[in-house]
Design a protein around this ligand. Structure first.
Ligand code: COS
Length: 381
């Protein structure tokens, strides 16, 4: 484990205690019922976890993206779906308001998001605009005193649980990415409805739904950022989200490795624990090395974000590397467990399924390579 400053060590201990005492015992039920209870989010808020990355002037703990990564890493070790549900709110839900909000909007919403009174979510993707969100067709047109939003967003994590949706819509169809504007839509706004819920390969407890906007009118005061600035807000929020997702991957990889080490020390083959067979030991060594690199990337990039230096490329690198390294780690974990790694009776099978989507959501590996390559070609090394 890397060295953390004292306040983050305290946070890690708090998050670890919460993850082990509260989340871990619930994890089997969450997987069985495909549902993270809303009460769990309330307990996370009560423990102070939803406030971690919110600045102190808005009622938060001011521990930045580094603090958020610490929490994400710990929660994921106990239950990936719970960590993702936490992230839909505390990462991209809340951070979109921090990134794009006016001082008044931040003053109004962030304290409530920090204390869990208002749960956020982030609605960008559409059925025909996933990797290329500038191709979105959800539109917002000016009406008396505000904006009317029409369209459908898909793959929205916690869209059914959220009290406040950050949604991106086209306000100038001729302007491409520069014609997108962001809005906040509170739950209960007429015209906002929750549609189909996805049945997924993994992270089954985290809800993933369609959000429909039909003649949904919001006042101009709920416009987030300037007209035409929505795409940049979306991307800057994803810079943070991708980094936090790296921390999810790190947590999941640690859990898989811990289970693999325990298994390798106790499972006997050819008269000795399989850990004493060099081919198994080599797998453990490779996973340990992957985990070390993941940890280094997550916390280095988080420190860049917190120091307000440009980190989009590094965030994409972290997301890319961590999601692909996680795949290697869970794959080795299944291999080390042999038949038991393929059995639904053991957690490894779930971790293998939970891990797969990390190479897809919040930007596929291909998109991360595109972001990195563009930046390298523009700025050099
Ligand atoms: N932060 C702030 N602004 C950014 C940015 C970032 N990280 N990335 C891009 N922008 C700005 C650009 O500077 C550009 O602004 P100007 O028009 O003023 O120059 C604008 O946004 C458009 O950028 P670009 O031309 O690079 O847009 P593209 O349409 O080519 O898209 C990619 C860029 C592919 C990187 C983007 O569409 C993307 O990330 N796609 C994946 C989306 C995704 O992750 N979806 C998953 C679901 S969300 S949970």
């Amino acid at each position: 484990m890397h060295a953390l400053p004292e306040e983050l060590t305290l946070l890690r201990d708090l998050a670890r205690g919460f993850a082990n005492d509260v989340v871990r015992p619930l994890a089997p039920q969450i997987e069985r019922e495909h549902r993270v209870p809303r009460e769990l989010l309330a307990q996370m808020a009560e423990a102070g976890l939803t406030a971690v990355a919110v600045p102190t002037e808005y009622g938060g703990a001011g521990l930045g993206e580094t603090g958020l990564c610490v929490v994400m890493e710990e929660l994921t070790q106990a239950c990936f779906a719970s960590a993702v549900t936490f992230g839909a709110h505390a990462s991209i839900g809340t951070m979109s308001v921090l990134v794009g909000g006016s001082p008044e909007q931040k003053q109004h919403w962030l304290p409530k998001m920090a204390n869990g009174e208002v749960l956020g979510c982030y609605a960008l993707s559409e059925a025909n605009a996933g990797s290329d969100p500038a191709a979105m067709t959800t539109k917002a047109v000016r009406v008396d005193g505000g904006w009317r939003i029409d369209g459908e967003k898909v793959w929205i994590t916690s869209g059914d649980m959220a009290d406040l949706v950050t949604v991106f819509a086209v306000t100038d169809p001729s302007a491409g990415a520069r014609g997108v504007t962001a809005f906040l839509v509170p739950k209960g706004t007429p015209g906002l409805s929750v549609g189909k819920r996805e049945e997924k390969m993994g992270q089954r407890g985290s809800s993933t739904v369609v959000l429909a906007f039909d003649n949904c009118v919001v006042p101009d005061a709920l416009r987030l950022g300037a007209v035409g600035e929505g795409f940049k807000i979306a991307m800057a929020t994803l810079d943070r989200g991708r980094l936090a997702l790296g921390a999810n991957c790190l947590g999941c990889a640690k859990e898989a490795q811990r289970l693999s080490v325990d298994w390798a020390k106790t499972r006997v083959a050819f008269g000795k624990p399989i850990a004493e067979h060099q081919m198994i030991a080599a797998m453990l060594a490779d996973s340990a090395t992957d985990i070390y690199a993941m940890e280094a990337m997550v916390y280095r990039t988080a420190s860049m974000c917190d120091a307000h230096v440009p980190y989009s490329r590094e965030s994409a690198m972290t997301k890319l590397f961590c999601s692909e390294a996680l795949d290697r780690v869970v794959d080795r974990a299944v291999q080390i467990h042999g038949g038991m790694g393929y059995s639904a009776e053991y957690k490894i099978e779930q971790l293998y399924r939970d891990a797969r989507v990390t190479r897809i959501y919040e930007g596929t590996s291909e998109i991360q390579r595109l972001v990195i390559a563009r930046d390298v070609l523009k700025k050099g090394l």
